[in-house]
Design a protein around this ligand. Structure first.
Ligand code: RB5
Length: 145
């Protein structure tokens, strides 16, 4: 599974920790930046990661800003993206099982890094259940037409 990851300045430190986790777990990923905590605009990084997922170059994406909200709003504007803002393990599991979310958004200023890394592990490990959930995801696709 190839993963695209990006943040803004508010999510940079957590992004670096998530990269260490991805290395430990053996996932292939591309870091779309930024490379430091200088102030940047989160939609620019949401765009890069979301376009990569949308065109199929990456199976999943991870976006981190201060709250995760800006990133999730921006990512969900891109066709084919189902970005889920998760700050708890239940949501991380459920959004994979039910929504087949392909981007995980988190806020570095909202939760501690210990929980955030557990959320990443959970979200990466869960499968989409399909069935009645596929019908609902198909209806989301129709909203994009
Ligand atoms: C940046 O200050 C902050 O607005 C951003 O990281 C994010 O929280 C936006 O939703």
């Amino acid at each position: 599974m190839k993963i695209a990851i990006g943040s803004d300045h508010g999510g940079y430190n957590l992004k670096e920790k998530v990269k260490v986790l991805l290395d430990d777990l053996g996932f292939e990923y591309k870091d779309f930046g930024p490379a430091n905590t200088d102030s940047v605009d989160y939609p620019d990084f949401a765009q890069e990661v979301s376009f990569g997922v949308s065109r199929g170059a990456f199976e999943r994406g991870i976006l981190i800003c201060g709250t995760g909200i800006g990133m999730s709003i921006a990512a969900n504007k891109v066709k084919g993206v189902r970005a889920a803002l998760c700050h708890d393990l239940f949501s991380a599991k459920a959004t994979r099982q039910h929504n087949n979310s392909n981007i995980l958004a988190m806020g570095e200023r909202v939760i501690g890094s210990g929980l955030a890394l557990e959320i990443v592990k959970t979200w990466l490990g869960e499968e989409f259940e399909g069935g009645r959930h596929q019908r609902r995801v198909d209806k989301i696709f129709k909203l994009e037409e």
